[in-house]
Write a protein that binds this ligand. Structure first.
Ligand code: C5P
Length: 396
């Protein structure tokens, strides 16, 4: 997602979470976004203007009527300049002020003077967040279209445990990316499988593989950002379910198969990204199998979910993954035909820096008429590129 034409005002208010804001500004600048930082007086107790000026590459605004900053950019010009206002951290105080329309400093005045969409990233003590006054302010602002990102739950700087922690800068970046993504896949339902499957042998053992689920989860996020309705059917992973994605946790290939077919009606695109175990135990032992008996293990083949969908008259646009350690392209092309796919994403799992468990992947995408070779790139960027390709194919 190319952000560089976007203008974002980052508001900072007085919370200990303000120490995370320079990282957010740094991430935005790395994407090429134009960032202007506006601080309240209390924010300066937690983080210096100099730090935010250094990471944003431009003077920080904090005075409503400061002749120097007003001369370079008045608060009204700043309000009109913004494509998005993000206040991170947003205290209970600023939330209350914005709700009633108090304009007693630059940030609150800017909010009133701007027609830009506004996102608040709350950070406060759990009791302050839970207080009916704060909750009513949040509700009323949300009804007027202000969006809230977070808060997270967990241990707080004051020692309390509960909701009120500011979400991480990387998560705020995700939300901003999603905000600006063109909604190319609006109205499309996309079902994605991800992660490994686990095939139980007995109460303590199972057959599985090293799939982390990272590629499938990244695809789910990208599809969601493009406006699709996403169902993510995931084997066991360490990953957090992505927001605004219906995530269904399964364990075995049979459970995954069942969940997929349950969600197949009205599906426009199916992406089989899971590393589904090829075999399962013919019988799952109810007691732990004795060491010596393990060699007698009887296996049977799992259903090939992708192939099953490929046989259907009403099949959705079908994308498969081919994780291969040799003859990558030939094997992937064979899979395209054999499983009746519209697209196959081939990745060489013999490379250490890509594929299973890595944050990076290096793939070739093959359709009936084309082969596109991608360079090694982060799975999140690759997933965006793949979703764009799928969108283009859907236009044909
Ligand atoms: O044949 P192979 O297992 O290499 O094919 C990989 C592709 O098929 C992946 O897209 C995977 O998600 C899908 N698959 C499946 N069900 C299986 C095995 C693989 O959907 N039982």
């Amino acid at each position: 997602m190319n952000f560089c034409t976007k203008n974002i005002v980052i508001g900072v208010t007085g919370s200990i979470a303000a120490y995370k804001t320079p990282e957010l500004v740094r991430l935005l600048k790395a994407k090429g976004v134009n960032v202007k930082v506006v601080m309240t007086q209390d924010a300066k107790q937690f983080i210096t203007e100099l730090t935010l000026q250094a990471v944003s590459g431009s003077p920080v605004h904090s005075q409503l009527l400061d002749p120097t900053t007003e001369a370079s950019m008045s608060h009204i010009t700043l309000a009109k300049w913004a494509d998005l206002i993000v206040i991170a951290p947003a205290t209970a105080n600023v939330i209350a002020k914005l709700n009633v329309g108090i304009a007693d400093d630059l940030l609150s005045t800017l909010y009133l003077a701007s027609a830009a969409p506004t996102a608040l990233v709350p950070a406060m003590n759990q009791q302050m967040w839970r207080h009916i006054a704060t909750q009513q302010n949040v509700q009323q602002l949300a009804q007027r279209g202000v969006v809230f990102w977070g808060p997270d739950e967990g241990l707080q700087a004051c020692g309390d445990d509960g909701p009120g922690r500011m979400i991480e800068p990387s998560q705020i970046m995700e939300k901003i990316t999603s905000h600006f993504a063109p909604k190319l896949l609006q109205g499309k339902k996309i079902v994605i499988t991800a992660g490994p499957t686990r095939e139980r042998l007995d109460p303590v053992r199972y057959i599985s593989n090293f799939s982390s689920g990272k590629m499938g989860y990244a695809l789910a996020q990208s599809a969601r950002d493009l406006g699709a309705q996403v169902v993510l059917i995931s084997g066991p992973t360490q990953l957090k379910p992505p927001g605004n994605v219906k995530t269904i946790a399964v364990e075995s290939a049979s459970e995954m198969h069942r969940a997929v077919f349950e969600h197949l009606p009205d599906c426009d695109v199916f992406i089989g990204c899971a590393a589904v175990a090829d075999f399962r135990a013919k019988e799952i032992a109810t007691q732990k199998i004795k060491k010596g008996m393990l060699t007698d293990l009887k296996l049977e083949k799992n259903i090939d979910i992708l192939q099953e969908i490929g046989k259907r008259q009403d099949k959705p646009f079908l994308v498969g993954f081919a994780a291969e350690s040799e003859n990558l392209i030939e094997n992937a092309k064979a899979k395209l035909l054999q499983k009746n796919l519209d697209m196959v994403v081939a990745n060489d799992i013999s490379e250490d820096d890509s594929g299973f468990n890595s944050d990076f992947n290096c793939v070739s995408v093959i359709t009936a008429t084309k082969q596109m070779d991608f360079e090694l790139m982060p799975k999140r960027d690759l997933s965006e590129a793949l979703m764009q390709l799928i969108y283009q194919q859907l236009q044909k």
